[in-house]
Design a protein around this ligand. Structure first.
Ligand SMILES: Cc1cc2nc3c(=O)[nH]c(=O)nc-3n(C[C@H](O)[C@H](O)[C@H](O)COP(=O)(O)OP(=O)(O)OC[C@H]3O[C@@H](n4cnc5c(N)ncnc54)[C@H](O)[C@@H]3O)c2cc1C
Length: 242
């Protein structure tokens, strides 16, 4: 790397956070700007409230989720009782082999993204996070790269020496593809209409989790029945699970 790097990261999901983590190892102070199209930086699209219902689970258990500044379980232990109550989670239930809701994982990712930013700034790097800023063009121009962002103020252009594109998935504007319904919120609404509005999806989610744990053969092995676990892992590796 040359001495003055001015780096843009486009998209603020898990990939952006892990990119940032590696960039912050640089002994040379960096100027880093993270652009995020939505109002919320750090959690990424699949783990954002509004994209997923609270009852949708991450298909990787806690231990499989790479640590950022601390593992998910350590972060959960740091949360106050109000947070745990909001997720119907008891402190004694926090465990590295538990599957957690995607939106809860999003809160962890967002909090860790913020923390990483603070650590980077205190380490001498300049880090700007620009939300509600959708990158619409990236154009090489001589010794720099021009990034065009669509913001509330219209289109703005800025020059960078390096650009990292980590924009994740393209989500269709119409969530219905044939008979498939990609919006888990619709699942959530159907669930609520079947079970009654007073019974929260979170409660069901935690009950489900306890049920899975009750079926766990022994500590140190998968809490899933073999076939279900293998299917989930295979689908995850092949990118079929979302
Ligand atoms: C519905 C769904 C559920 C999933 N569930 C799981 C799971 O349970 N377990 C698992 O391991 N993986 C899951 N995945 C896979 C998932 O993609 C990864 O876990 C992870 O979210 C990928 O991170 P990312 O940073 O690449 O992308 P994302 O998390 O999608 O983040 C990309 C970010 O870029 C922003 N962005 C996009 N375009 C622009 C632009 N032009 N300008 C500025 N910002 C932009 C988006 O708003 C978003 O915040 C799921 C994927 C989907 C779609």
């Amino acid at each position: 790397m040359t001495s003055v790097e001015n780096i843009a990261i486009v998209g603020a999901g898990a990939m952006a956070t892990h990119t940032l983590k590696v960039l912050l190892l640089s002994e040379t102070p960096l100027r880093i700007t993270v652009f995020e199209a939505s109002e919320q930086a750090g959690c990424g699209m699949p783990y954002r409230a509004g994209t997923n219902a609270d009852s949708m689970y991450c298909n990787a258990f806690s231990k499989e989720i790479p640590s950022i500044t601390q593992p998910l379980v350590a972060w959960l232990h740091d949360q106050d009782d109000v947070f745990l109550e909001r997720w119907d989670l008891e402190r004694s239930d926090i465990d590295a082999r538990v599957f957690y809701p995607r939106v809860m994982l999003g809160e962890y990712l967002q909090s860790e993204f913020d923390r990483l930013g603070e650590l980077g700034r205190s380490g001498g790097h300049t880090i700007d996070v620009v939300t509600a800023s959708k990158i619409v063009d990236v154009t090489p121009a001589g010794d720099h790269i021009v990034v065009s962002a669509l913001t509330h103020n219209g289109e703005e252009q800025s020059p960078f020496t390096q650009v990292v594109l980590v924009t994740g998935h393209s989500w269709p504007s119409n969530p219905r593809i044939g008979s498939a319904d990609l919006v888990s919120l619709a699942v959530h609404e159907r669930h609520r209409s079947r079970t009654g509005a007073n019974r929260s999806a979170r409660f069901v989610a935690v009950r489900d989790r306890r049920h899975r744990r009750a079926r766990a053969p022994r500590r140190g092995t998968s809490p899933w029945p073999d076939s279900a676990h293998q299917t989930a892992r295979h689908a995850h590796r092949s990118g079929a699970v979302s």
